[in-house]
Every structure is written in C-alpha cells, then in structure tokens.
Design a protein around this ligand. Structure first.
Ligand SMILES: [Zn+2]
Length: 164
C-alpha cells in the first residue's frame, strides 16, 4: 500500500460538474435539490462520487463512497460473514457527494493501481493455474486485463494508517 488513501476527483470532472451547476442556474431551475441525486451529465458513470448503501443478509450494513467517476461492483464479499452477499441496496438513497470527506474507517472505492493489478494477476495464476502462466499470454498481459486502463475498482479503508 502506498501513502495515497483514495483518488482525488479529476479537474475535468470537477469542471464538468461546475458547468452543469452554472447551466442549471442559468435556467433558473428552483427545483434543483441542495444535494443532487445521481447527476446524469458530465460523468461517464451514474455512480460517480456517490455515497451508496451496501447490505448483507447476515445483517452487515455500511455506506461506501465512490471517490471517482468509475464503475463499482453491485455485489462482493461481506466483511462480516465472508459470503459473497454484500450488495448495493436502496439505490434511491444514493447521494451525489463529490466533496465528501470519508469518516475514519469508512470504505472508499478508488481506481485499482497497476501494482495491485499485478498482485491480483499473480494470485489468480497461482489459484487457477497452479502458478503456471497459460501458454499464449504472460503475467503482464493478465495484469493489464485486470487493470483495465485504470478503470477497475479497488476498495480501501479510509484513514486506517492515520488511526492506528
Ligand atoms: Zn454478511
């Protein structure tokens, strides 16, 4: 793990948001809520910079922040029961929060780093192919596929280092 805890919104994304806000002002739309829900313009992904609820049937529930304009999985492994049953729920409660500062211990979606992609590629080869890279490919190419040009999501606990 490096020192950077989560990705920063890119300047272009921020610009897009400001432009959208200016546009809304110009048209004098009084109905615009103070906290916008899932902005439809300026982003490639509907869940960009959203706070989202995730819940598991075991009772685990948490709110995770998407720190970037990138995809987030609908479901994954629950940290309480270890079953792959933690799901994005209550979509209507998704809150667009580009300036959100995570609480200590809150989990945050970030872009996967190339180093982490390599780690995952190695582990996958170990588990699936008993450590032998399949013929016709190499570890770098597998890592590239995992990395997906920096758009693959990763999940980190915010403030873990600072809190310890
Ligand atoms: Zn669970």
């Amino acid at each position: 793990m490096n020192g950077k805890r989560y990705g920063q919104p890119s300047p272009s994304a921020r610009e897009g948001r400001r432009a959208a806000a200016r546009e809304a002002e110009k048209h004098g739309s009084k109905s615009t809520p103070a906290v916008a829900l899932r902005p439809s313009v300026g982003y490639q992904h509907a869940e960009a910079f959203c706070l989202m609820w995730y819940a598991c049937e075991c009772g685990h529930r948490e709110r995770i922040w998407n720190s970037r304009d990138g995809v987030t999985p609908l479901g994954f492994v629950c940290p309480s029961c270890k079953e792959p049953k933690l799901r994005h729920v209550n979509w209507a409660l998704d809150q667009y929060a580009p300036d959100h500062v995570p609480a200590i211990g809150q989990r945050v979606w970030i872009n996967l780093t190339r180093d982490r992609a390599m780690e995952i590629a190695s582990r996958t080869v170990d588990q699936v192919a008993k450590g032998k890279v399949p013929v016709g490919t190499d570890l770098q190419r597998i890592a590239d596929a995992v990395f997906n040009e920096g758009m693959a999501p990763d999940l980190v606990v915010y403030g873990y280092v600072e809190a310890s």
